[in-house]
Ligand binder design. Structure first.
Ligand code: NG1
Length: 409
């Protein structure tokens, strides 16, 4: 788990040692923690994440040709070389190189970019932990390629392109991670809506803290977790189709609604749940119920963030976790254990964050209670499992950070 980001000087020294010349630019993109709104983004329903202080940092030097040569400062990630083109052959499933090829392939298709770079990267976003290390990498590389290709785009437009680009890796993800990593504002969370992508920044009250704790169980998006994730998306699409047909039959809409927002416009929240319960069963009903109730919780939570209602926001996080566990079936015994420990330590609310199947939880804690919650998570979970692990990488206080930047050295 890459939990130690190298300092800039160590990164630059290693760059010179590798390529014989100093880097000229740095592209950086943060990971994120999603506060509430899980598995809603690919249904075009809202989310409420914030960017983290943990990030991918890419030092680079432009080339005059189409070649990309890229290495990770950690030797276990094999160096990568390829030519920018539309239709870049993917590396084997799960290889980190696919998160580099994804933006190159997509920007070549859309803008014909043809300028490569030599690069070296470092990251302290834990991999496969629900903190979006993948989109941080896609964004850092995409931002660099967009600059080298002299593409004029707004951050949110580039984020949309990066969300499309990441489909190259085989995960049918939504657009939350690329959007918050590209567009976040320091000190703020953001309510993000989709189709079209919109972002409303909301300041986080000064006495609220979000504590992140890692189960240490990796949810690799190349194997079972990817299949389970993609299956959830398909189930949501199937549920939407059945509910849409029922709305037409009942005369509530003239034609079958093609999206969840269209369903919720025709029959808001309770109405949608009632229709779902009348025509769906089994997993399709469970998935539909999670998605509709979670979207409702996001709306309420964004308002509670504005009114600094800590107890109310915490209750919504608890409800979100319950729904993800029983209706969406993406929690695990380790995630449930961390959630319980956070609550025992005094958290106002706690839930799994990201896709689930392992990874991290996030807990909302009043500033005065942070030490107790952190101690409960560290001692209660990590104390018995892996006492030697660096404490900061397992349980940490999230700092609401700014989005991606590209700078000349
Ligand atoms: P994580 O947990 O970072 O793998 C994934 C998706 C998001 C979103 C969440 C669940 C990608 C890149 N990210 O995030 O779009 O659907 O799961 O809310 O696929």
């Amino acid at each position: 788990m890459p939990t130690e980001r190298s300092s800039d000087s160590a990164l630059f020294d290693a760059f010179i040692a590798r390529y014989g010349a100093p880097p000229t630019h740095v592209s950086r993109a943060p990971g994120r923690v999603n506060l509430i709104g899980e598995h809603t983004d690919y249904n075009d329903l809202p989310v409420l994440p914030m960017a983290l202080q943990r990030e991918v940092r890419l030092a680079l030097r432009p080339r005059q040709d189409r070649r990309v040569r890229l290495a990770n400062i950690r030797a276990e990630f094999r160096p990568l070389e390829f030519e920018i083109a539309s239709g870049i052959p993917p590396s084997e499933s799960g290889d980190w190189g696919n998160y580099v090829k994804a933006p190159a392939d997509h920007l070549a298709r859309h803008f014909g970019i043809d300028r490569g770079f030599d690069g070296l990267l470092t990251s302290d976003v834990p991999v496969a932990s629900g903190l979006s290390s993948s989109s941080a990498l896609v964004n850092a590389v995409g931002l660099a390629l967009a600059h080298l290709g002299e593409i004029e785009t707004e951050p949110l437009a580039l984020a949309s392109l990066m969300a499309e680009a990441e489909q190259y890796t085989g995960t049918r993800g939504g657009g939350m991670d690329q959007a918050i990593s590209m567009g976040a504002r320091a000190g703020h969370a953001a309510r993000i809506d989709f189709a079209p992508l919109r972002m409303r920044h909301v300041p986080i009250p000064s006495d609220w803290r979000f504590v992140v704790a890692d189960t240490g169980v990796r949810a690799e998006k190349s194997g079972a977790a990817q299949r389970a994730y993609n299956l959830r998306r398909t189930e949501c699409e199937q549920a939407l189709e059945v509910v849409g047909e029922e709305l037409v039959r009942a005369g509530k809409v003239p034609g079958r609604p093609s999206s969840y927002p269209a369903v919720l416009k025709a029959v808001p929240h309770d109405g949608a749940l009632a229709v779902g319960e009348s025509v769906l069963e089994g997993n399709l009903l469970k998935r539909f119920r999670h998605v509709v109730t979670e979207a409702h919780r996001v709306g309420l939570a964004a308002d509670m963030l504005v009114s600094a209602d800590l107890a109310g926001f915490g209750n919504l996080m608890d409800a979100s976790h319950g729904s993800l566990r029983t209706d969406y079936n993406v929690s695990s015994s380790e995630l449930d254990e961390l959630v319980a420990l956070a609550k025992e330590g005094g958290a106002a609310g706690a839930r799994l964050t990201g896709a689930g199947f392992g990874g991290c939880i996030v807990a909302l804690v009043p500033l005065v209670g942070v030490d107790e919650v952190v101690a409960s998570l560290r001692d209660g979970y990590w104390g018995t499992r892996d006492p030697g692990a660096p404490a900061d990488s397992r349980v940490f206080v999230a700092v609401p950070s700014a989005g991606a930047t590209y700078t000349s050295l």
